[in-house]
Design a binder for this molecule. Structure first.
Ligand code: HEM
Length: 401
């Protein structure tokens, strides 16, 4: 007799589960792939009924789907362009994806990230210096501004315009907290801004990524303005909130482990391991969509052609078949095989940048604050975005020497 899940999979997109998904994954993982309600009726304009999808939560299934991009396509999502503007690269399949990624790789190089490192370190220290309250809400004071400023600098966006970037990226990601009209208007503004930037850089180059994108060439091919605009939007969406949540989740985890904080202060060689284990333990991206191009068997279940699939990176990273004691934060495990940055052709382009920002952050906090613990007010997890896992508010006690 098959076991009936205690928890209804249709709850997976509700605020409570978004805020604390791990107990649900534990319960549901062994029943996956399973068909669940991705969005309730009335969420997407023009679609009357609820939107359903297949949840993949086992490490083996997630890994297999990410590797098999012919079957689990990124570019055939019927919702793309309905909830938010269609994104370049991450919502493309080969051969379009292959060409685009090759060109973008020419501009978004490791050398460019390394050149940015001293600047990121300065900004990190500036933000840390501004933390003067013992009890600080660290998302607003640090984890949100750092990645936005970094992307703005990377793209060559001047001064205070970075604040608009944050507003646009928030509106893009929020599916329930921003009204559809306001979200559409915000997306229009963002597209107009980047369109203008690309045109300006085509006329007068500068020392920034947009210029590098304008100039990128591979076997006589280059990127058009619409593609550059699409890519800028993607960087903003893919690079901001994800890194903010990596930083917030990492500080939250460490605030609960004072002995580990002291150990890290004495031995910085553990910093890299803390970042990788945070990525596994509280993955900033929890799920992203695919669509099947053929009927396919996954763990004994037949998923039909044309089905929507949710890849649960966050659940795969807690699969006991892959990670022993998966619900423990441990630095002594093999930290290489988590899927927090994805896998295969869509593997995160910004992984080196995200890791650099997390490393600079952790070192800056360790240098400055001998004691890190939870603040007086309760922390609040975000519960509106279907994609990310992180804090909306994270009060911390940061004691200086
Ligand atoms: C901790 C921070 C981050 C996490 C957890 C993360 C996670 C991911 C994941 C899971 C994917 C794969 C998407 C898929 O399978 O469909 C991805 C793709 C991508 N990420 Fe990140 N990301 C982070 C930071 C960044 C940053 C800082 C940037 C750039 C500034 C960035 C740019 C991208 C791009 C462009 C793609 C699409 C690659 C492609 O489709 O070929 N990410 N990221």
């Amino acid at each position: 007799m098959s076991v009936i899940p205690i928890i209804n999979a249709d709850q997976l997109s509700t605020p409570d589960v978004i805020a604390n998904p791990y107990p649900y994954y534990r319960e549901l993982r062994r029943h996956t792939p399973l068909d669940y309600m991705f969005l309730p009726a009335g969420t997407v304009a023009g679609i009357d009924g609820p939107i359903r999808a297949w949840a993949l939560m086992n490490y083996r299934d997630v890994y297999g789907a990410l590797r098999d991009h012919d079957t689990f396509a990124s570019g055939q999502n019927p919702l793309a362009g309905k909830i938010a503007p269609r994104l370049a690269l991450i919502q493309d399949d080969p051969p379009r994806h292959t060409r685009f990624r090759r060109l973008v790789n020419r501009a978004f190089t490791l050398k460019r990230i390394e050149a940015l490192t001293p600047w990121i370190t300065d900004i990190a220290h500036e933000l840390v210096d501004e933390i003067t309250n013992l009890d600080t809400e660290v998302m607003q004071s640090y984890a949100i501004p750092l990645p936005v400023k970094v992307i703005a600098r990377l793209l060559g966006i001047p001064g205070e315009d970075y604040r608009a970037l944050k507003r646009w990226s928030d509106a893009f990601l929020a599916f329930s907290s921003v009204a559809p009209g306001a979200r559409a208007q915000s997306n229009q503004e963002m597209m107009a801004y980047f369109g203008q930037m690309a045109a300006t850089r085509r006329a007068h180059g500068a020392e920034d990524l947009i210029t590098a994108l304008v100039e990128a060439e591979d076997e006589g091919e280059s990127l058009g303005d619409a593609e550059i605009l699409g890519f800028c939007m993607l960087l903003l969406i893919a690079g901001n909130e994800t890194t903010t949540n990596l930083i917030g989740n990492m500080l939250g985890i460490l605030a609960d482990r004072p002995e580990l904080w002291q150990q890290l202060r004495e031995d910085r060689s553990l910093v890299g391991a803390v970042i990788e284990e945070t990525l596994r333990f509280e993955s900033p991206i929890q799920r992203l969509p695919r669509n099947t191009t053929r009927e396919v068997e996954v763990s004994g279940m037949m998923i039909p052609q044309g089905a929507a699939v949710s890849i649960y990176y966050g659940a795969a990273n807690r699969d006991p078949e892959e990670f022993s004691t998966p619900d423990e934060f441990r630095l002594d495990r093999d930290l290489k095989n988590h899927v927090a940055f994805g896998m295969g052709i869509h593997y995160c382009l910004g992984a080196p940048l995200a890791r650099a920002e997390a490393e600079i952050t952790l070192n800056a906090f360790l240098d400055r604050f001998p004691v890190l613990s939870r603040g007086a007010a309760p922390a609040i997890r975000q519960s509106t975005s279907l994609v990310v896992f992180g804090y909306q508010e994270l009060p911390l006690i940061l004691e200086t020497a």
